[in-house]
Design a binder for this molecule. Structure first.
Ligand SMILES: [Zn+2]
Length: 87
C-alpha cells in the first residue's frame, strides 16, 4: 500500500504545481498586457501636436485644447473673451 500512497502523493503534488503554474502564468500574462497597454497610450504631459487656433482678440496662436471657444471664435484667455464680448 505504500506504493499507492507514493503515487497519490506524486499526483497531488503535480496537481498543485499545475495550479500554481497556471496562476503564475495568468499573473505574468496580465502584467505583460498591462505593460503593453501602458506603452500604447502616450504618457501624461507629453503633448500631441493638435490643431492651432488664433485668439480672436490678440491674434496669438495656441493649441485648440488650451483655447477658450465661443461659437466659431477662439480666445487665449477668459479676459480676451470678455473684452471681445464688450465690443
Ligand atoms: Zn488673446
Amino acid at each position: 500500500m505504500l506504493f499507492l500512497q507514493i503515487i497519490l502523493t506524486i499526483i497531488l503534488v503535480i496537481m498543485i504545481l499545475r495550479l500554481l503554474a497556471g496562476y503564475l502564468f495568468r499573473r505574468f500574462f496580465r502584467k505583460l498586457q498591462s505593460n503593453f497597454d501602458a506603452s500604447q497610450t502616450p504618457p501624461p504631459g507629453q503633448k500631441t501636436m493638435g490643431k492651432m487656433v488664433k485668439c480672436d482678440y490678440c491674434d496669438v496662436y495656441l493649441p485648440i485644447e488650451e483655447a477658450i471657444s465661443k461659437g466659431q471664435h477662439y480666445y487665449c484667455s477668459t479676459a480676451h473673451l470678455q473684452h471681445h464680448d464688450k465690443q
